[in-house]
Design a protein. Structure first.
Length: 168
């Protein structure tokens, strides 16, 4: 790890916190803010500095959970979008069975996360809905996150080419 990379990581943790803070301030933009903040650690993973990328994710997650007034935005970043970015770049993708296990694990994780969120009543609007509607919401959430995985694979490929041009 180079000192320059760590310093850049610290600056980008600040950028991520600013994005998540804006998401907390404007509730309608909380998902978009968490999505943009999840792209920040990917910059380091794509440059081949995985340890700095993991540190950026961990520091942003910890600071978001401790400092942000809107814990939902912080948890969306820490448990779904940022975690996705960190784990996606940590797996050996050259093996097909690893890719399939990753996809299956994501589906199981997202379904379980949806069930936990619904059962614990973390979203007030879901507390009075019927079990069939909750199952549909869980299925829709899972389909959305699988689509998110598909789209992020394309975005990361584009980011890799972009970083390759400017990192030389």
């Amino acid at each position: 790890m180079k000192a320059r990379s760590v310093a850049q990581g610290g600056l980008l943790v600040g950028v991520s916190m600013m994005l998540l803070g804006l998401g907390s301030l404007f509730e309608i933009a909380s998902g978009a803010a968490a999505l943009l903040a999840a792209l920040v650690p990917a910059l380091f993973f794509l440059r081949g500095e995985a340890s700095v990328g993991r540190l950026v994710y961990a520091a942003t997650s910890l600071l978001a959970v401790l400092l942000l007034p809107d814990k939902f935005t912080a948890l969306i970043y820490a448990l779904v979008l940022g975690l996705y970015t960190a784990v996606r770049f940590s797996a050996p993708w050259h093996r097909k069975w690893v890719r399939l296990a990753w996809k299956a694990g994501l589906v199981v994780f997202w379904v379980l996360l949806s069930v936990v969120v619904i059962r614990l009543g973390l979203v007030d609007e879901l507390g009075h809905l019927s079990p069939m509607i909750l199952a549909c919401i869980t299925g829709g959430w899972t389909v959305f996150l699988i689509y998110y995985d598909f789209c992020m694979a394309r975005i990361f490929a584009g980011m890799r080419r972009w970083i390759g041009r400017f990192h030389r």
